[in-house]
Design a protein around this ligand. Sequence first.
Ligand code: VG1
Ligand code: CO
Length: 544
Amino acid sequence: MPINKIPTTPYLDQRPGTSGLRKKVKHFQQPHYLANFIQSILDALDSSTGKTLVLGGDGRYYNQEAIQIILKIAAANQIGRIIVGQNGLFSTPAVSCVIRNRQAFGGIILSASHNPAGINGDFGVKYNASNGGPAPESLTEAIYQKSQQIQQYYILESEDIPLDQLGIYILWEMTVEVVDPIADYLALMESLFDFDRIKDLFHQQGFQLCFDAMHAITGPYAQAIFQHRLGVQPGALLNHILLPDFGGGHPDPNLVYAKTLVEKMYGGNPPDFGAASDGDGDRNMILGQQFFVTPADSLAVLAANAHLVPGYQKGLVGIARSMPTSQAPDRVAEKLDIPCYETPTGWKFFGNLLDAGKITLCGEESFGTGANHIREKDGLWAVLFWLNLLAVKKQSVAAMVKNHWAEYGRHFYSRYDYDDLPLETAQTLMEDLNKQLSTLGGKQFGNYKIYTADDFAYQDSVDHTITSHQGIRLCFEDGSRIIYRLSGTGTQGATLRVYLETFALDPAQHNQDSQQVLSILASLAQNLAQIKEKAGCDQPSVIT
Ligand code: VG1
Ligand code: CO
């Protein structure tokens, strides 16, 4: 079979962001755009000849075509074997699981995660290393450098592989194994959680579940796990049919975008437990009856109760959270007398800590929770963890969280996103904030006094690399914080994220509304950064 060497020229915009390369579908469909990036990944890898890669995506528009292109480029570049999910599908956590299970060299995930899909939506490509986790910064930078020098790529001329049929195929010298994308993942979940007990919760105790797959990749996984394995009634699943445009929705599981689920959980006669996941299945939102669990509270509750679940009964070695995530998990770590690490935003920073056995659980405010079973955040894992705990504790979600607050205090938390800002405006705003940093320390604003203000830099405790400019952090004497950073996952203009946090120990204050509690801090955040003056925004685009 002939291998074609295709001459090409670099695209200047192929630097991966927080989680891989994300662009509009049409941008990816430009001549050679995808091929350039895939060739750059393969060029950046050390000796990938003959090795095994895992490949799959969240099923969004362009997934199928992209997989066929990638298979042919991989074959032409002497990859030994590719394990691809049936129909080209794999959730992000499942790719991580399969890389680890089958000792693959790495994996390629096709997804733009929580970004909308469809012909006018977004597409993305991410490389994961042999630990199953997102490529570290050194590798994403090397990929980018290759993409800037690329002059040709290699591609096999051949027929497409029938991805709908399980089996083994040969593409020139490369083996393509089309596998069930759910089996390995389900087996891993069964090894961590007490499925019989969860089944019992549904069948003996009449516990009602509602899971919203947002027409994305967790649809088929939820059907296999909740319906077929745990026997919940089909009506418990919302939007579980995977569609290439994710039903036109925004596959981000939060109170704004998971509207149908939220209405159900806050309406009359709600189910006991509600949950949703994002486009590629690594995020989760947890709801009780008329009750929302913030992601940081969720991580804190899971950490405090982990010993009740089979996979974690030996206890935790440590936990980690991203810097803008609330400090609720820190309090649990303190009580458990284990370390709590603070990392920059993005799952890649947890990898070294997990590999070195320094942490068991970790999470981010952006609805990401995970553990050492894989090297990605894991939406359905978090849902199963909650279900297992609820089955053991026999309490409602709200009761569990409120009891947690009574013991540890409550961190009121919210994130304000200002979308679609001109890049320059957003960058100037951040630079101006940076210039103020040296004068902010010690300043008093009403009841809030800043004790430290900095531009967050992180030193990895394993490889000692330093990552700077990870967000502007204003820390107040009473434990409150305001954090500003720019998103690294958008595909259009810039998104400014403002994170707000304040703490109340006294249970008498715990039932207040978080927006109300945070309102003074919110105006302070807007004034200090002059968001209205500089960006012309009266209100954030999304509040979570
Ligand atoms: C966002 C979140 C971050 C998360 C990342 C990828 O990044 O804030 O916490 O790790 O998305 O999540 P940013 O740079 O836009 O703030 V996923 O589920 O989109 O892969
Ligand atoms: Co995601």
